[in-house]
Design a protein around this ligand. Structure first.
Ligand code: ATP
Length: 264
């Protein structure tokens, strides 16, 4: 057994909103190298779980959310281990004055949404940022402002921003939302390369078509609770998805991917 602490270890985590428990996770452990998809319908608690992991909210007293074995993190240190990309982050970088693409990636070193006079940017940070942009096929965007990019282009830059630190894991919250089919295809290909490069992926989604071949574990959420936890072969079936989403779904493997059709 390795001594590496779990990427994520949750125990007795409950989150309340308006006097209702919207997330109740007695136990969830994810290990480094274990690429995982958290799958659930609208309202199942996915965003609440993301906020727990990113420290935007905290569980009720007695709950525990440990990342890489630690309860307390400052955001700067955490970002070096866990990169975060969500479909809504692009809005944070539509800044005035405009934020240039490489500066956006460099700003990740300061866990900031732009570069400020007090940020001491080193040549190594700039080099790492350029290299991360090249890794995600976005080197040609250097010099452009974030506000001028398409959704697909900006999503790549944000992945580069998360990867520039060489984090051990990436948390991807609905990363394909807003992408057209071609952009989604290229984007998923790029994520496959990231996974093959050794970065653990934690994908939050309600689209089974986005579950990469490199993802082996599926955790399903329903009503703020873990419903199932297992392999793709067991959980990406017609019966399991019909139950999860509450309408007739026919699931079929397509090579190493899965596809779902609604049969209503
Ligand atoms: N601040 C809040 N006050 C009241 N209810 C809330 C609050 N935040 C979330 N909820 C409720 O908690 C449940 C889970 O919400 P959450 O946003 O985590 O779901 P989700 O799986 O991310 O959904 P989606 O796929 O639509 O984004 C929903 O029923 C939601 O209405």
């Amino acid at each position: 057994m390795s001594d590496t602490p779990p990427l994520l270890s949750i125990a007795n985590a409950r989150v309340m909103a308006d006097e209702t428990c919207i997330l109740d996770l007695p136990a969830l452990t994810l290990h480094p190298g274990e690429n995982t998809a958290i799958l659930g319908a609208n309202g199942s608690g996915k965003s609440t779980l993301v906020k727990l992991i990113t420290r935007q909210i905290y569980p009720l007293y007695g709950g525990q959310v440990r990342i890489f074995g630690q309860d307390n993190w400052n955001v700067f240190d955490l970002r070096k281990l866990l990169g975060i990309v969500s479909s809504t982050m692009q809005l944070d970088f539509d800044a005035d004055p405009p934020l240039e693409v490489v500066d956006c990636v460099v700003s990740g070193f300061f866990a900031a949404r732009g570069l400020w006079a007090h940020n001491e940017v080193t040549p190594a940070m700039r080099d790492a940022s350029q290299a991360a942009l090249a890794d995600v096929g976005a080197a040609h965007l250097a010099g452009r402002s974030m506000a001028s990019l398409s959704t697909g282009e900006a999503r790549r830059v944000l992945i580069a921003r998360a990867l520039a630190h060489r984090p051990r894991a990436l948390l991807l919250d609905e990363p394909c939302a807003g992408l057209d089919p071609a952009a989604r295809h290229h984007f998923l290909d790029m994520l496959r390369a990231v996974a093959r490069g050794g970065t653990t992926l934690l994908l939050i989604t309600h689209h089974i078509e986005e579950i990469l071949p490199e993802i082996s574990r599926i955790v399903t959420l329903r009503g703020g609770r873990i419903d199932e936890d297992g392999t793709k072969d067991r959980l990406l079936t017609s019966a399991a998805l019909t139950r999860l989403f509450g309408l007739p779904i026919e699931a079929s493997p397509r090579g190493a991917w899965f596809h779902a059709d609604i049969m209503a």
